[in-house]
Unconditional design. Structure first.
Length: 232
């Protein structure tokens, strides 16, 4: 009887250890899956922000180039620096290079909407994370959401991001000759060429839009405030 009882206790103890081992293994698997999922989500957000930054800077570069042309021609860049069609096409191209699509874009400034030196973009990545299927045919990896590699709007955890880029034009003055204007100086440097003018103009990411939406037509909508300025 004593031997049978001892054997029974050892059997129960072995089963408990087995259950503990199985439970620990499942816990480790769950923790690993969660770690991978969080890591992929962070990668998705990081990639989305990179795409947004690139798209915003490239679109703002349109305004920079137009300003540089004015400076190279000896003119002050007073208005209509941004071309909406060219800016959108440029932003779309750079977003696609970074695996994203352009959702929205608008330009603004703080001069009643006539300059357009600040550009805001919103993008969505072409990749997303889908929920784990029971048969494990679709894991939690960083993968396209649909069979034709287009975004599925109902899928989970898309990378969405926004970015704002600003064109900062330096302080410039006319160079007056004996009879008329013979050139421009910006930040103490005489503008020598279009390329030189580009180098003098700073394009950088910023935290806020301008006060007015860019409307180069000069109609009554030129003074429409941006949503951001209405909240402030």
């Amino acid at each position: 009887m004593r031997i049978n009882a001892l054997a029974s206790r050892n059997s129960d103890h072995g089963q408990a250890n087995l259950f503990m081992l199985v439970g620990l293994t499942l816990s480790l698997i769950a923790a690993l899956v969660l770690f991978v999922r969080l890591g992929n989500a962070n990668t998705l957000r990081s990639d989305a922000q990179t795409a947004a930054d690139s798209a915003a800077l490239s679109a703002a570069g349109v305004a920079r180039d137009n300003a540089a042309r004015s400076l190279a021609n000896g003119d002050m860049p007073y208005s209509r620096l941004y071309d909406p069609a060219e800016g959108r096409a440029t932003a779309e191209r750079y977003a696609q290079r970074n695996g994203a699509t352009l959702e929205r874009i608008r330009a603004s400034d703080d001069n009643q909407g006539n300059l357009g030196n600040i550009v805001r973009v919103e993008i969505q990545t072409l990749d997303c994370q889908r929920e784990l299927q029971q048969d494990d045919t679709r894991n939690w990896a960083y993968t396209a959401c649909t069979e034709d590699n287009t975004p599925d709007r109902d899928s989970n955890h898309f990378g969405n991001a926004a970015a704002i880029a600003e064109v900062k034009i330096p302080d410039c003055d006319y160079i007056i000759g004996d009879v008329d204007i013979i050139g421009l100086t910006c930040d103490g440097q005489r503008v020598e060429s279009f390329t030189h003018a580009q180098q003098l103009i700073d394009v950088r990411l910023t935290d806020s839009e301008g006060q007015y939406i860019y409307k180069p037509q000069g109609n009554e909508l030129a003074f429409a405030p941006t949503p951001e300025s209405m909240r402030s």
